[in-house]
Design a protein around this ligand. Sequence first.
Ligand code: CA
Ligand code: CA
Length: 178
Amino acid sequence: MRKGLVVALAVALLVFGGPALADKGTFRDRNDTSGRLDMKRFAHGHAVSGAVVHKVTMFRGFPSRLLKAPSPAKRQLKPNTVWFFFDTNRDNRAERSVAVRWNRGQLRAVVTNQSGRVFGKAKASRPNQRSIKIKVKHGLLGRNRFRPYEWWPNTYFRGDEVCSRKCSDTVRRSRLHD
Ligand SMILES: [Ca+2]
Ligand SMILES: [Ca+2]
């Protein structure tokens, strides 16, 4: 009986991709950017479904509406955004990005390539007042099966006196999600 269970577990690991699905990592970022979107921590992992999960935590709390697009009169301005970039072939350039913004009453996370072509939506949520989390089906990253990739977050904020032009926080190097 126990042997049968071990075999079943081994098969399940093979079918679902094995220990890679357990991968997760947490990384720190410095207190180095003015404004509301100074990243403190970022992390990756997997959802039970196998989707990839990425989270960014700021030094300060902020309302989701902070990521709202500018008013029509200021439409030429870039909206405040939390970005997630994905380098899926490890050449230091992103094939996909996810932009998280507040639009029509809720947080939305859109998956595009660097030309702006839309591939679909990720799921965005707020685990707490300081964090943004996205869940992305890895098929939207251009892969049928999960393969390791590099990723990095970025924030863009414009809004108070200090950041009247812009405040942007990025990390110094990408992280491998495998
Ligand atoms: Ca930072
Ligand atoms: Ca690339």
